[in-house]
Design a protein. Structure first.
Length: 150
């Protein structure tokens, strides 16, 4: 099955801290797979340098809050399912409404793969992403990474 992928960015890069970078965070859309009417959207997160990534936020549109909660089947980090409100949260964080991945990434463990499985098959759109590393201020980029239109 082919999912229509409108022109959407597949990689976003952040220099952290913003004014005097000592680390680079790269979040790359790795693809979507469809099985039994469900879709799994995966992202590799790479950290080069310090500070490590303490958490990151993958945006959805606020209007889709109920749909995200209803459609979400699982969130995994390197194949291990994360528990809601411990490993991930849904809400508004760092200026982005969506999924906040609470378990970050250190330079030595990169890349780490995060996968989100949803009920249904979707077209793609570009959404906001935010990152936070160590004691630095969170950074946000708008419409910078591929995610499904719920």
């Amino acid at each position: 099955m082919v999912i229509f992928m409108a022109f959407c960015p597949k990689t976003v890069t952040f220099a952290v801290p913003f004014n005097n970078p000592t680390a680079t965070y790269i979040i790359e859309f790795k693809g979507v797979t469809v099985e039994n009417g469900n879709s799994t959207w995966c992202y590799d997160v790479t950290v080069i340098g310090n500070p490590g990534l303490s958490h990151w936020d993958l945006g959805v549109f606020k209007e889709c809050k109920e749909l995200l909660e209803e459609k979400l089947i699982s969130v995994k980090r390197n194949g291990v399912e994360l528990v809601k409100n411990i490993g991930y949260e849904i809400g508004e964080y760092d200026g982005v409404y969506g999924i906040k991945f609470e378990i970050g990434v250190e330079d030595k463990e990169s890349p780490v793969t995060y996968c989100i499985t949803l009920k249904g098959i979707y077209e793609a759109t570009a959404v906001d992403v935010a990152v936070k590393g160590g004691p630095t201020t969170a950074q946000k980029k708008e419409r910078c990474l591929m995610w499904p239109i719920l």
